[in-house]
Design a binder for this molecule. Structure first.
Ligand code: ADP
Ligand code: ZN
Ligand code: ZN
Length: 732
């Protein structure tokens, strides 16, 4: 027997081992962990296949040191899907498995027991009369709780009994510590705290009834914020639980959306396991294992929760499916949404993708009939459509990015006792040059797409056809020298707000303020008090909050998003604008959405404002089809970075030649690059890209499966940082 083992290493290959010398040959199946010698170390690997022959000479093979699992921790179908994902995203399988499995499994030992610390009454405690401690009510409360048997630490803490109280009883020798298997809970908390399901609207009822629970069925559930999607998830899950199955719910970010998790716990009580990046390794393991063994019926988690095994899979829900957070942007560059769909297909369960602003990928799948398209068209009761105002800022004097119209509107909203939201676009800064006087944007003569500015070379570059031209000194249309780079000018917006509205609280919502665990909860509590305030933030503001007292949303500098070299930036900006607009005016006041732009006449901007996201998305889909971009063709991006520009571009030029020798350029396989990335330098490194688009996914896979291992073996690969990104989400 030869065991082919995946080992945490950057190499795209497996390593062969002989059976353990001393072990009496237990049958190892794929998915079992083993301890193996690797170089001079011992490492934990995962058996991927069992073969009878190796390509290595027999005398070079070493035996397995120790078999860690007698049974694979992950069901075979899911494990095969892990392997598929590593292949599909062209990531070294050992490293990919490391990211898909909980960290505790990397330790050389059997599966953690997951036992919990619990407390029970001692003999002495049992004999105590029921009112013995009435003068210490908390201690008495705990004693009473323990009358019916042991209770875990976590449960004791959950009812508000502190560690000190536990200690006090233990010191009196009334209670003692025991280790217990985590209890299986099949009913909600039992305290009667769970809220009752709403009576569904006709639209909602239709959607719930359309979700078939037997077999794979993908659905796109589209409805704006507040239209009742979450209620549909909750009721679909209730049906799944009633059949004794489990639900997996993915959300983009848990800290940002405490309200969503609260909706689930309010309905289902403590049946829910939660998984996100803030957990300790033990906590993560516990949640993972509760799902794996069927002890918890519902898991809510972020991206990597999609890999959690389910004992009785019943449904997968991907909330805010358009969100970029589902795509991991470094290392193992998987998409949790796409993995969820593959998983639904393999495990034969329904998958619901929910969004107010679906991705073009999912919209196309729905249009072409691969997904069921469920729509919630009615706005929630009492909420009026927001009113859009476009502010043409060409030639206007701006104060740190604000037009005087915006400042006036904010002033009167605040005076009227209302709240204001200011959206700054900082991410995806791709330098586009435009004329502040007349709104001229540099376009490529050959393909009429916008050109990107690369100041490094003082060049404008077309990311479609590689055409270059020098950066002009004045506007070719109106001769003005006032050429600006979009994306600039928002850094100071916060301080200017402080000067303009010194008596108004300014609440920031960005990476820094939301990283801390309870920060977002506090922000929401502040805003919910309803006092006039200004919420200032980036992308974070668009993520699932309800701010009913906000009546004015001001969006600065949308041009950078609408006109970037990243072809997905337009889609993303449309989603953001629509999401931000959806936050305003949800109470009895109608909302106003004010967009500042140099490009108010642009058809996409006016279409988004007048006709809404669907029409906008349809136009984008037509454009993508015309120029052969995803979702109509699959794409992969090969990136390289180096402190020496020529090394990065040279490596990719080589990669292109290599690729062309495998698959000559044709209508079936197209290559573009190497080109400097839209953000051409980061942290002192030059960044280059080679784009590959193919007519078919199998062709692209075939090319990459041959290309990547061969590039890995190149000496020049060691002089650059390079990576492959299949279905890239962010091209900057
Ligand atoms: P979404 O997930 O689309 O943002 P939600 O499901 O959160 O929408 O619903 C928005 C609000 O409407 C919530 O406060 C929810 O409690 C309420 N709601 C949803 N469905 C119903 C219903 N059928 N009847 C009454 N209220 C509802
Ligand atoms: Zn061009
Ligand atoms: Zn001009």
């Amino acid at each position: 027997m030869i065991y082919r083992v995946a080992i945490p290493s950057p190499l795209r290959r497996l390593f062969d081992y002989l059976p353990a010398t001393d072990a009496p040959e237990p049958s190892i199946t794929p998915g079992c962990r083993v301890l193996v010698p690797f170089g001079r170390r011992s490492v934990v690997g995962v058996v991927v296949a069992v073969e009878t022959q190796s390509n290595q000479p027999a005398n070079r093979l070493r035996p397995i040191e120790e078999i860690l699992d007698t049974e694979p921790p992950v069901p075979a179908t899911l494990f095969q899907l892990y392997l598929w994902a590593a292949r599909y995203y062209q990531h070294p399988v050992g490293d990919a498995l490391t990211q898909m499995l909980p960290a505790l499994l990397r330790q050389p030992g059997p599966l953690p027991t997951g036992h919990e610390t619990a407390w029970q009454l001692t003999r002495h405690g049992k004999g105590l009369p029921e009112t013995a401690l009435t003068r210490a009510p908390k201690q008495q409360k705990l004693l009473n709780l323990l009358q019916n048997g042991s209770i875990t630490n976590a449960q004791i803490r959950a009812v508000g009994i502190s560690r000190a109280i536990i200690r006090a009883l233990a010191d009196k020798n009334l209670i003692e510590e025991v280790s217990v298997e985590p209890t299986i809970k099949t009913v909600a908390s039992g305290t009667g705290q769970c809220d009752v399901p709403f009576t569904l609207s006709d639209e909602q009822q239709l959607a719930v009834d359309s979700i078939v629970l037997d077999g794979f069925q993908p659905s796109l559930l589209q409805g704006e914020t507040g239209s009742g999607k979450t209620e549909i998830y909750l009721q679909a899950i209730a049906r799944v639980l009633a059949r004794g199955r489990q639900a997996l719910v993915l959300v983009p970010e848990i800290n940002l959306t405490p309200q969503t998790v609260a909706r689930f716990t309010d309905r289902f009580g403590d049946q829910i396991a939660v998984m996100h990046s803030g957990l300790t390794d033990h906590e993560r393991w516990r949640a993972w294992n509760r799902m794996r063994t069927g002890q918890a019926p519902i898991l809510i988690g972020t991206r990597s929760a999609v890999f959690t095994p389910l004992a009785n899979p019943g449904i997968i829900i991907v909330d805010e499916e358009h969100d970029n957070a589902y795509k991991q942007q470094e290392g193992f560059r998987y998409s949790a949404r796409d993995f969820a769909l593959m998983r639904g297909q393999t495990e034969k369960i329904p998958v619901i993708l929910g969004s107010a602003t679906p991705s073009l990928e999912s919209l196309l799948n729905a249009k072409q009939g691969r997904y069921q398209h469920l729509r919630l068209l009615h706005r929630p009761a009492g909420v009026k459509k927001p009113q859009w105002q476009l502010v043409d800022i060409r030639g206007l004097e701006l104060s740190a990015g604000f037009s005087s119209q915006a400042i006036d509107a904010m002033g009167s909203a605040l005076e009227g006792g209302q709240q204001v939201l200011v959206f700054l676009n900082r991410r995806g800064f791709a330098p586009q040059m435009l004329c502040h006087q007349c709104g001229w944007v540099a376009e490529c003569r050959h393909c009429s797409t916008r050109m990107t500015t690369h100041m490094q070379y003082r060049q404008l570059l077309c990311h479609h056809c590689e055409a270059r031209q020098p950066v002009p000194d004045r506007c070719p249309q109106c001769q003005s020298e006032h050429l600006v780079f979009v994306g600039q000018g928002t850094e100071r917006s916060e301080s200017i707000l402080n000067n303009l509205f010194p008596n108004t609280p300014i609440i920031r919502v960005d990476r820094d303020t939301t990283r801390r665990k309870d920060a977002m909860r506090r922000v929401i509590a502040d805003v919910d008090r309803g006092q006039p305030c200004i919420l200032v933030g980036t992308q974070m503001l668009a993520k699932g909050h309800h701010f009913p007292n906000v009546t004015l949303a001001v969006l600065l500098d949308i041009d950078g998003g609408l006109f970037s070299a990243d072809f997905r930036a337009t889609e993303r900006m449309g989603q953001l604008i629509t999401q931000v607009a959806g936050r305003a005016g949800r109470g009895d006041q109608p909302g106003v959405v004010m967009l500042q732009s140099h490009l108010c006449d642009h058809p996409l901007v006016s279409q988004l404002c007048s006709e809404g996201y669907d029409a906008f998305a349809n136009t984008l889909l037509r454009e993508r089809k015309m120029v052969d971009l995803p979702p109509f063709v699959p794409m992969a991006l090969i990136r390289a970075e180096s402190e020496h520009a020529d090394r990065a571009s040279g490596f990719l030029a080589h990669a292109r030649r290599r690729a062309e020798s495998i698959f000559p350029p044709s209508a079936t396989m197209r290559y573009l690059g190497p080109l400097p990335a839209p953000m051409e330098r980061r942290q002192g490194r030059y960044r280059y890209q080679l784009t590959v688009t193919a007519r078919s996914r199998p062709a692209l896979q075939q090319l990459l499966s041959e290309l990547c291992p061969s590039l890995e073996a190149e000496p020049s690969a060691r002089q650059v940082r390079w990576s492959v990104d299949v279905d890239p989400a962010d091209l900057t």
